[in-house]
Ligand binder design. Sequence first.
Ligand SMILES: C[S@@+](CC[C@H](N)C(=O)[O-])C[C@H]1O[C@@H](n2cnc3c(N)ncnc32)[C@H](O)[C@@H]1O
Ligand SMILES: [Zn+2]
Length: 489
Amino acid sequence: MIPKECKRLAEVDFPIAEVSRHAAREKSIRHGHPSTLHLWWARRPLASSRAMLMALLLPDPGDPHCPEAFKKAARRILLGMHGRPEGWMEAVEPDDGLRRILLKFIADFANWDLAANGIWLDAARALVKAAHGEERPLVVDPFAGGGSIPLEALRLGCEAFASDLNPVACLILKVMLEDIPRHGPGLADELRRVGAEIKQAAERELVDLYPADPDGSTPIAYLWARTVRCEAPNCGAEIPLLRSLWLAKKAVFKREKGRRIKVRGRQALRYRVVRPAEGPQRVELEVFEPETDNDVRAGTVTRAKAACLCCGAVLPPERVRAQLSEQRGGADVLFDEAGRRLGGARMTAVVTLREDEPGRRYRLPTDADYAAVHEAQARLAGILDEWERGGKQGLCPVPDEPTPAGGGSGAGRAFSVQRYGMLQWGDLFTARQKVALTEFSSLVARGSDSRGSEIANLTLAMAVGRCADYGSSGVIWAQGGEFVAHTFG
Ligand SMILES: C[S@@+](CC[C@H](N)C(=O)[O-])C[C@H]1O[C@@H](n2cnc3c(N)ncnc32)[C@H](O)[C@@H]1O
Ligand SMILES: [Zn+2]
């Protein structure tokens, strides 16, 4: 055991430059990284969590109170590492040399590539054991968030206690720290099996809302613009709020017989103003292939102001917000009885995929695209109606809790969706997104009785959370990589 008077390594030195480098690099790692399990905002890098824990758990060999037994064991462990540098043999001999090599070990072990390497893991755990004996040290993190600190504590062979005020964080912690380690690779197999069943069931339920194109292409994203009305006298045209008219900033090529063939050029929207004899002017969109960047006109929104494409008038931010507030954020289409679009959100383009073709295709929306949205609104009304008629048992199928209020001082937020009329969490999603998300979550929840274990279902709840992140009305189409970027991006 380490006597109280003995300093820990972190109190005398820490390899901050190397650990920072590994922590920065870790940010770009996605595949297999625990951070991809679920979004958490204040997540700390695993590299620095691991390094700091080790430096806090190990005593400083240079300290006169450092137990001889630890120093002896540490030398044996470090020198016993397969592939360790030749020079370590002499370097670890003096106590300050041992300190230097321990710090070097901590710095190098901060590398994500070594985090699951058996040689390094065994050595790290053996060092912790050499310092603490048979009783595993307990690492307590009451503000654990995404769980970087308790996860690394478990990796180093400690016991971990983690808690958080936020239930989402608690769910992440439970799945990551308890379920995944307890069930091991078997959990992954179960998730694949249950996940495939849920996917099939969801596809069956939702196929009408996401129809394939007549030519067999699959729409993979519907691009929308919120709309406001121009308030200039004698105008009244609809202004689609578009930050940019670009759809795809790179051309698509394929290889055929060693030659590079262009499949599709860059893609963007352009518009023309139609001035009918009666009624307000309107904007018609077209998908085209720009030759130069200058062929693509600017969007309609800058700094929350909206420019009318018909008359050039500019709607100030407070009027844009007021008009969107009247539409509860404006994510939904307003239809008449017959299902014709009257206003609200406007579909600007549909992105499709064809199995036999590389790259994404872009087309204008059709009546069939709007019909599916109309159908989704009817379905959503049915879901809510059923809940109401059933006496509003349990939580509302669409989250009706208030969104956070903004402004103010102290804990107040600089930005709030309430300013745009999105007063409840449900307002952050379109009707179709709400139908899909309620379907996913009820399939996962129902699964706990029939399909798989409760464990798999908690992990699948994380997948539903991710679907909500990638399927809200706040996501954008990344025109560079041609994918949907998540809400908080
Ligand atoms: C900086 S984050 C922790 C990040 C964490 N180390 C990680 O790597 O993800 C702070 C956390 O404290 C939580 N929190 C704030 N107030 C709390 C309280 N009174 N009790 C428990 N947790 C709280 C927040 O929900 C948040 O997850
Ligand atoms: Zn106008």
